[in-house]
Design a protein around this ligand. Structure first.
Ligand code: SF4
Length: 215
Protein backbone atom coordinates (compact mmCIF):
# COMPACT_ATOMS: atom_id res chain seq x y z
CA UNK A 1 0.00 0.00 0.00
CA UNK A 2 1.26 3.46 -0.90
CA UNK A 3 2.11 5.62 2.12
CA UNK A 4 0.06 8.46 0.56
CA UNK A 5 -3.04 6.34 1.10
CA UNK A 6 -2.28 6.08 4.83
CA UNK A 7 -2.70 8.71 7.56
CA UNK A 8 0.32 10.55 8.91
CA UNK A 9 1.38 9.18 12.29
CA UNK A 10 2.24 11.63 15.07
CA UNK A 11 3.59 8.99 17.47
CA UNK A 12 3.27 5.52 18.98
CA UNK A 13 3.31 4.32 22.58
CA UNK A 14 3.09 0.98 24.37
CA UNK A 15 0.50 1.18 27.16
CA UNK A 16 -0.86 -1.06 29.87
CA UNK A 17 -3.46 1.39 31.13
CA UNK A 18 -5.63 2.35 28.16
CA UNK A 19 -7.85 -0.71 27.96
CA UNK A 20 -8.70 -3.02 30.89
CA UNK A 21 -6.67 -6.27 30.84
CA UNK A 22 -4.83 -5.47 27.60
CA UNK A 23 -1.43 -4.16 26.60
CA UNK A 24 -1.86 -1.86 23.67
CA UNK A 25 0.19 -0.31 20.95
CA UNK A 26 -1.27 3.19 20.74
CA UNK A 27 -1.04 4.98 17.40
CA UNK A 28 -1.58 8.75 17.54
CA UNK A 29 -3.08 10.44 14.48
CA UNK A 30 -3.10 14.23 14.09
CA UNK A 31 -5.92 16.82 13.91
CA UNK A 32 -9.21 17.17 15.73
CA UNK A 33 -12.53 18.85 15.01
CA UNK A 34 -13.05 19.68 18.71
CA UNK A 35 -10.99 22.13 20.74
CA UNK A 36 -11.55 20.78 24.23
CA UNK A 37 -10.45 22.66 27.28
CA UNK A 38 -7.45 20.96 28.87
CA UNK A 39 -6.83 18.60 25.91
CA UNK A 40 -3.80 16.51 26.85
CA UNK A 41 -2.85 15.99 23.22
CA UNK A 42 -3.58 19.51 22.06
CA UNK A 43 -0.47 19.82 19.90
CA UNK A 44 -1.32 16.68 17.96
CA UNK A 45 -4.96 17.82 17.84
CA UNK A 46 -3.86 21.10 16.24
CA UNK A 47 -1.58 19.35 13.76
CA UNK A 48 1.66 20.33 15.51
CA UNK A 49 3.74 17.15 15.34
CA UNK A 50 6.76 15.51 13.84
CA UNK A 51 5.71 12.80 11.43
CA UNK A 52 6.81 9.32 12.48
CA UNK A 53 8.04 7.01 9.71
CA UNK A 54 5.91 3.93 9.05
CA UNK A 55 9.06 1.82 9.41
CA UNK A 56 8.85 2.40 13.20
CA UNK A 57 5.33 0.98 13.24
CA UNK A 58 6.34 -1.98 11.09
CA UNK A 59 9.21 -2.69 13.49
CA UNK A 60 6.70 -2.97 16.34
CA UNK A 61 4.52 -5.36 14.36
CA UNK A 62 7.51 -7.54 13.51
CA UNK A 63 9.14 -7.55 16.95
CA UNK A 64 6.67 -6.64 19.67
CA UNK A 65 4.61 -9.63 20.76
CA UNK A 66 3.74 -8.27 24.20
CA UNK A 67 0.90 -6.16 22.83
CA UNK A 68 -2.42 -7.82 22.10
CA UNK A 69 -4.31 -4.71 21.05
CA UNK A 70 -3.89 -1.67 18.82
CA UNK A 71 -5.54 1.57 19.90
CA UNK A 72 -5.80 4.20 17.19
CA UNK A 73 -6.18 7.52 18.92
CA UNK A 74 -5.34 11.16 18.47
CA UNK A 75 -6.53 13.78 17.83
CA UNK A 76 -9.71 12.52 16.27
CA UNK A 77 -8.85 9.49 14.11
CA UNK A 78 -12.19 9.43 12.28
CA UNK A 79 -11.21 12.63 10.45
CA UNK A 80 -8.84 10.45 8.41
CA UNK A 81 -11.76 8.63 6.75
CA UNK A 82 -10.66 6.05 4.16
CA UNK A 83 -7.01 6.52 5.10
CA UNK A 84 -7.87 5.22 8.55
CA UNK A 85 -9.58 2.19 7.03
CA UNK A 86 -6.42 1.56 4.98
CA UNK A 87 -4.36 1.69 8.18
CA UNK A 88 -6.68 -0.82 9.87
CA UNK A 89 -6.44 -3.15 6.87
CA UNK A 90 -2.67 -2.86 6.99
CA UNK A 91 -2.61 -3.80 10.70
CA UNK A 92 -4.90 -6.76 10.08
CA UNK A 93 -2.64 -7.87 7.27
CA UNK A 94 0.52 -7.67 9.40
CA UNK A 95 -0.90 -8.99 12.69
CA UNK A 96 -4.38 -10.47 12.21
CA UNK A 97 -4.64 -11.57 15.85
CA UNK A 98 -4.47 -8.03 17.28
CA UNK A 99 -7.65 -6.51 18.67
CA UNK A 100 -8.24 -3.08 17.13
CA UNK A 101 -9.94 -0.19 18.94
CA UNK A 102 -10.47 3.33 17.59
CA UNK A 103 -10.87 6.27 19.97
CA UNK A 104 -13.36 8.95 18.97
CA UNK A 105 -15.34 11.94 20.15
CA UNK A 106 -18.32 10.43 18.33
CA UNK A 107 -19.01 13.44 16.12
CA UNK A 108 -18.87 11.60 12.78
CA UNK A 109 -21.31 8.66 12.89
CA UNK A 110 -21.03 8.04 9.14
CA UNK A 111 -17.34 7.18 9.52
CA UNK A 112 -17.99 5.27 12.76
CA UNK A 113 -20.46 3.14 10.81
CA UNK A 114 -17.91 2.39 8.07
CA UNK A 115 -15.19 1.67 10.62
CA UNK A 116 -17.44 -0.66 12.60
CA UNK A 117 -17.02 -3.26 9.84
CA UNK A 118 -13.26 -3.37 10.42
CA UNK A 119 -12.62 -2.84 14.15
CA UNK A 120 -13.36 -4.70 17.39
CA UNK A 121 -14.48 -1.69 19.36
CA UNK A 122 -14.39 2.04 20.00
CA UNK A 123 -13.64 4.23 22.99
CA UNK A 124 -16.18 7.03 22.73
CA UNK A 125 -15.59 10.06 24.90
CA UNK A 126 -18.70 11.63 26.38
CA UNK A 127 -17.50 15.11 27.29
CA UNK A 128 -20.54 16.35 29.22
CA UNK A 129 -24.24 15.45 29.52
CA UNK A 130 -25.24 15.11 25.84
CA UNK A 131 -28.62 16.79 26.39
CA UNK A 132 -26.93 19.79 28.02
CA UNK A 133 -25.69 21.52 24.88
CA UNK A 134 -24.31 24.55 26.72
CA UNK A 135 -22.10 22.46 28.95
CA UNK A 136 -20.99 20.27 26.07
CA UNK A 137 -20.06 23.27 23.93
CA UNK A 138 -18.33 24.93 26.89
CA UNK A 139 -16.15 21.82 27.15
CA UNK A 140 -15.36 21.23 23.47
CA UNK A 141 -15.38 24.90 22.35
CA UNK A 142 -17.15 23.87 19.13
CA UNK A 143 -20.73 23.33 17.99
CA UNK A 144 -22.13 20.07 19.33
CA UNK A 145 -24.67 17.83 17.65
CA UNK A 146 -26.39 15.51 20.14
CA UNK A 147 -27.96 13.38 17.40
CA UNK A 148 -24.56 12.56 15.87
CA UNK A 149 -23.26 11.41 19.24
CA UNK A 150 -26.33 9.27 19.84
CA UNK A 151 -25.87 7.63 16.44
CA UNK A 152 -22.18 6.96 17.12
CA UNK A 153 -22.90 5.52 20.57
CA UNK A 154 -25.54 3.18 19.14
CA UNK A 155 -23.21 1.89 16.42
CA UNK A 156 -20.21 1.55 18.75
CA UNK A 157 -22.29 -0.32 21.36
CA UNK A 158 -22.70 -3.22 18.96
CA UNK A 159 -18.99 -4.10 19.14
CA UNK A 160 -17.42 -6.30 21.85
CA UNK A 161 -14.52 -4.06 22.89
CA UNK A 162 -16.33 -0.73 23.04
CA UNK A 163 -16.01 1.40 26.16
CA UNK A 164 -17.27 4.88 27.06
CA UNK A 165 -15.27 7.46 28.99
CA UNK A 166 -15.65 10.84 30.64
CA UNK A 167 -12.98 13.08 32.13
CA UNK A 168 -14.31 14.48 35.41
CA UNK A 169 -13.69 18.11 34.49
CA UNK A 170 -14.05 20.50 37.44
CA UNK A 171 -17.15 22.02 35.81
CA UNK A 172 -18.91 18.63 35.72
CA UNK A 173 -20.95 18.02 38.86
CA UNK A 174 -22.15 14.68 40.23
CA UNK A 175 -25.55 15.18 38.64
CA UNK A 176 -23.83 15.70 35.25
CA UNK A 177 -22.12 12.32 35.62
CA UNK A 178 -25.48 10.81 36.58
CA UNK A 179 -27.03 12.33 33.44
CA UNK A 180 -24.28 10.81 31.31
CA UNK A 181 -24.91 7.42 32.94
CA UNK A 182 -28.62 7.74 32.17
CA UNK A 183 -27.75 8.64 28.57
CA UNK A 184 -25.59 5.51 28.31
CA UNK A 185 -28.30 3.42 29.92
CA UNK A 186 -30.52 4.53 27.05
CA UNK A 187 -28.07 4.06 24.19
CA UNK A 188 -24.91 2.27 25.40
CA UNK A 189 -26.18 -1.33 25.63
CA UNK A 190 -24.41 -1.95 28.96
CA UNK A 191 -20.89 -1.39 27.64
CA UNK A 192 -18.28 -0.39 30.30
CA UNK A 193 -18.19 3.26 31.36
CA UNK A 194 -15.18 4.89 32.99
CA UNK A 195 -14.98 8.29 34.69
CA UNK A 196 -11.34 9.36 34.59
CA UNK A 197 -9.77 11.93 36.92
CA UNK A 198 -9.01 15.44 35.69
CA UNK A 199 -5.36 16.48 35.50
CA UNK A 200 -4.85 20.13 34.75
CA UNK A 201 -2.22 20.52 32.03
CA UNK A 202 -1.81 24.12 33.16
CA UNK A 203 -0.51 25.29 29.80
CA UNK A 204 -1.35 28.80 28.63
CA UNK A 205 -0.53 27.89 25.06
CA UNK A 206 -3.37 25.37 25.09
CA UNK A 207 -5.76 27.85 26.68
CA UNK A 208 -5.04 30.68 24.25
CA UNK A 209 -4.26 28.95 21.01
CA UNK A 210 -7.77 28.34 19.62
CA UNK A 211 -7.41 28.88 15.88
CA UNK A 212 -9.28 26.69 13.38
CA UNK A 213 -7.68 23.48 12.14
CA UNK A 214 -6.91 23.60 8.37
CA UNK A 215 -8.75 20.46 7.25
S1 SF4 B 1 -11.70 15.46 21.22
FE1 SF4 B 1 -10.99 17.04 22.62
S2 SF4 B 1 -9.64 15.97 24.07
FE2 SF4 B 1 -9.88 14.64 22.26
S3 SF4 B 1 -8.15 15.19 20.94
FE3 SF4 B 1 -9.89 16.45 20.30
S4 SF4 B 1 -9.61 18.37 21.40
FE4 SF4 B 1 -8.34 16.83 22.44
Amino acid sequence: MNVNELPKIAGILISGIDHPSHISLNIYLPFCNFNCRNCHNYKIAKGIFEEMPYENLFWEFENNFIVDMVIITGGEPTLQGDKLINLIKLIKNKRPELIIRVDSNGSLPGIIKKLSLFVDGFAIDIKAPPFNKDKYEYTIRKKFDTESLIESVKIASELPYTIFRTVKYPWLKENDIEEIKMFLNMYGKGKPYFVNPFFNINDNDQINNVEEIPL
